[in-house]
Design a protein around this ligand. Sequence first.
Ligand code: DAH
Length: 350
Amino acid sequence: MIISSFLEELAKIEEQLSKQANSSRDDLEKMFLSSNGLFTLISKQITELDPNDRKTAGRSLNQLKTAIEAALAASTSTNAKDKRWIDLTMPGEQPTVGHIHPISQAMAEITGIFERVGFTRVRYPEVDWDWYAFESLNMSPSHPARDEWETFFVDQKADLEKGQVVLTPHTSNGQVREMERLGEPQIRMINIARCYRRQQDVTHTQMFHQFEGLVVDKGINIQHLKGTLDYFAEQFYGPGTKNRIRPFHFQFTEPSFEVDFSCHICSGTGEITKDGRVEKCRFCKSGWHEVGGCGMVHPNVLKAGGIDPDVYTGFAFGWGIERTYTLKKGLEIDDIRLLYSGDFKFLEQF
Ligand code: DAH
């Protein structure tokens, strides 16, 4: 074979290659590099050339090889017919965007309501000593009232002074901690935290949240407590919502009360009129929803926090965020476990 026909052949293959711009990688490999591909065949012919011409031929072959490799690199693995035309100006697929969990929304709202009237949001440990969770709150280890708290105890050596370690069953552990933090009153605390109890049903989850208010100053009395609850009721549940306090017993307050809010479905009457007939409101049954406890801080609790009960008085209140939130108008969630179910169909509604 003479060199000129060899180079002509090469030129033809190069031309073929330039026409294959849209071919897939597989097709290019087959056409040029397979055992009977154009490049493979021509490179074998080099042995038929005059030895003096082989150098020139080799250089041209190398150039062709480089061009084939470039074409392979630029090709896609799919066939041209499968290639879709992409319009980059089209709107993209909407990524899934999450939102703040309803309970976090409620926590932010509650914080805002109290901050507007001078309370400071604080957080205290959710795994705490018995001293802060019970004993400093006027509840000795053997006190039967403690059974109501269904507490989880942490398997850790007890401290000689502060006792065992517990998962806080309520946010009241923040009371004496706040007194210690501030030393001398005034105290206007709102403590929001996770709490844990060994209970689970439609109105309880083992992990839940509470918010705890504590006000200590000179001359604080029940009217301040009631005024604060009235304010909260209207702000959180809407204008016209009423609250009432009923005598109750807690070790850490004296006097103590339970707090009820008027039902927004029957406006606190306990009755609804349906098809001209008066029926008992099925949501509240009585016109009221019980949500939590409150009272005037017991002198022993003030003393435990290093505050002189002859000079200062205070009030406290505390209750569950889940329950408070699910009573909001328009929600009427009757199983609070849904809040932690991780079910998007449920959560996306809020
Ligand atoms: N800690 C109580 C509970 O979890 C609620 C409570 C009652 C908090 C009275 C208070 C209070 O601050 O004064 O059931």
